[in-house]
Ligand binder design. Structure first.
Ligand SMILES: Cc1cc2nc3c(=O)[nH]c(=O)nc-3n(C[C@H](O)[C@H](O)[C@H](O)COP(=O)(O)OP(=O)(O)OC[C@H]3O[C@@H](n4cnc5c(N)ncnc54)[C@H](O)[C@@H]3O)c2cc1C
Length: 460
């Protein structure tokens, strides 16, 4: 006999637990299923552990630069990887255990541990158990993609999950993929002391950003001694003694890179392939993402898909926002939509990149009249005082409406400063609001009005 609930939530990533709490508080009987680690990717193998490790890497970096600040550090800076990992594990575990306990203690929530699969559009199996509900929410997330590269089956490789177990220093780390995950791990391990090569198939790093952003990030990486190989169109692997050899180009002579460890950071694929979606009749697209509408409803009435598995976001905040959209529509008579949100994210290399809205290139493609402002961090007092002057800030505004269309802050505090622009974008206020506001000195944010005071027409 199947156990009956009002709602079933599959997965305890960023959206599921928030949904569960709100539905339970509204008096619904909720079942939530987790097959592995409570909190999913962000808590266990994504944002939290990586940013914890980025903090350790930053400490090592600043310690090495201590003399720049007039501080003497005797001897070489040595990183104790076992302690880096222990710190990361403790912070991650705090979140995971806190979430697990709170779900298990919340009235109206029943936790099932095991792999969930649809048996029909209203019934889910978890091991031997069967549960049914009129409403089902899928929050199964994504996992590291494994590309089809020759020789990959001959070598041991790491991904973002297995990287979490590394408590030693890889001597020579080859990172395949020059986007968010690859760049963060690449810089952090260079700072821990590894020799790092980042291999990217495209002509530039982090290709969804403007070329000036890509180029500045490449410069930052190379300045720290990271080797960058772009246009690696023919990547393959082989073993040479204890080492792994990565081939990056098929033309002769074959340029090879030798390493002790390989990290694959070439994208993510949704966990939708072993979920019995066919039995429920839920449609997926060619990439395996669950097809949803603007309110995150799937092709089957009564089933929603939230978080990375719907292909609409790919970030913790987009998954959380998905849960708010569903809660708004189902429980609060608030017709929130995915299309209400402005793209925003950060890349946590150091200095970080904070991004909101369109890139300059995307604005250019719309053909509208626009103005652009740019300021190097060398001309930002706060950055100079901190001795962290790499990067720049850039903003694009609509020439007619004067609304902000997009911004990139690559520089110290960029992940925070971007919010002052993002909030004005949500308010649909003209950029002059930022320009006229009194900002605090000394901050990076205080130079945003100065940048806005020197806007130039965006060249076509
Ligand atoms: C290295 C790395 C760094 C990142 N850094 C950032 C960052 O700094 N900022 C940011 O915003 N985002 C970051 N992300 C992305 C972020 O982690 C994800 O976007 C976020 O976790 C969204 O997760 P979700 O809610 O879709 O599901 P997830 O967190 O992936 O959780 C899904 C859960 O569902 C469970 N599950 C799956 N299938 C089943 C099943 N059949 N039955 C039961 N349970 C199941 C899984 O075990 C998992 O616990 C990073 C990702 C990675 C890999």
């Amino acid at each position: 006999m199947a156990k009956q609930f009002d709602a079933i939530i599959i997965g305890t990533g960023q959206a599921g637990p928030n949904l569960a709490r709100h539905l339970a508080a509204a008096g619904r009987k909720v079942a939530i299923v987790e097959r592995k680690l409570f909190g999913g990717t962000c808590v266990n193998t994504g944002c939290i552990p990586t940013k914890t490790m980025v903090a350790s890497a930053y400490a090592a970096h600043i310690a090495r630069r201590a003399a720049d600040f007039g501080v003497n550090v005797d001897g070489n800076v040595k990183v104790d990887m076992a302690r880096v990992k222990a710190r990361k594990d403790a912070i991650s575990a705090d979140s995971r255990i806190g979430l697990e306990n709170s779900l298990k203690k919340t009235e109206n929530i029943t936790v099932f541990e095991g792999h969930a699969r649809f048996e029909s559009s209203r019934e889910v199996s978890v091991g031997q158990e069967r549960i049914t509900a009129e409403q089902i929410f899928i929050n199964v997330g994504a996992r590291a993609a494994v590309p089809n590269m020759p020789g990959l089956d001959q070598i041991k490789y790491l991904n973002n999950s297995s990287m979490m177990e590394v408590d030693f220093l890889p001597k020579k780390l080859i990172v395949v993929g020059g986007s968010y995950i690859g760049l963060e791990f690449g810089q952090m391990f260079r700072r821990f002391g590894s020799e790092v090569t980042i291999i990217e198939m495209g002509p530039r790093l982090i290709s969804r950003e403007d070329a000036d952003v890509s180029d500045a990030i490449r410069e930052i990486m190379e300045h720290e001694g990271i080797t960058i190989r772009l246009k690696a169109e023919c990547i393959g692997f082989s073993k040479k003694g204890e080492d792994i050899v990565a081939q990056v180009n098929c033309e002769e002579p074959v340029p090879e890179i030798s390493g002790t460890h390989v990290l694959l950071a070439v994208g993510r694929r949704p966990n939708t392939d072993d979920l019995g979606l066919d039995k429920a009749g839920v449609a997926v697209d060619a990439r395996g993402n669950i097809v949803v509408d603007d309110q995150l409803r799937t092709s089957v009435p009564g089933i929603w898909a939230v978080g990375d598995c719907n292909g609409k976001g790919g970030f913790t905040h987009t998954s959380w926002n998905d849960s708010e959209i569903v809660i708004g529509n189902l429980l609060q008579n608030d017709q929130r939509r995915v299309s209400d949100r402005i793209p925003a994210y950060a890349l946590y290399v150091d200095p970080p990149l904070g991004r909101a809205g369109m890139t300059e290139d995307q604005v250019r493609k719309t053909g509208r009249a626009a103005m652009v402002g740019k300021r190097p961090m060398t001309k930002v007092g706060r950055a100079v005082e901190k001795g962290e002057t790499q990067g720049f800030m850039k903003i694009v505004v609509d020439a007619k409406t004067r609304e902000v269309l997009g911004a990139a802050i690559l520089g110290v505090g960029g992940d925070e400063v971007i919010h002052s622009i993002l909030d004005v974008m949500y308010a649909k206020a003209p950029y002059t609001v930022i320009e006229r506001a009194m900002h605090i000195h000394p901050t990076v944010s205080e130079l945003v009005p100065t940048m806005l005071g020197d806007l130039q027409p965006l060249a076509g």
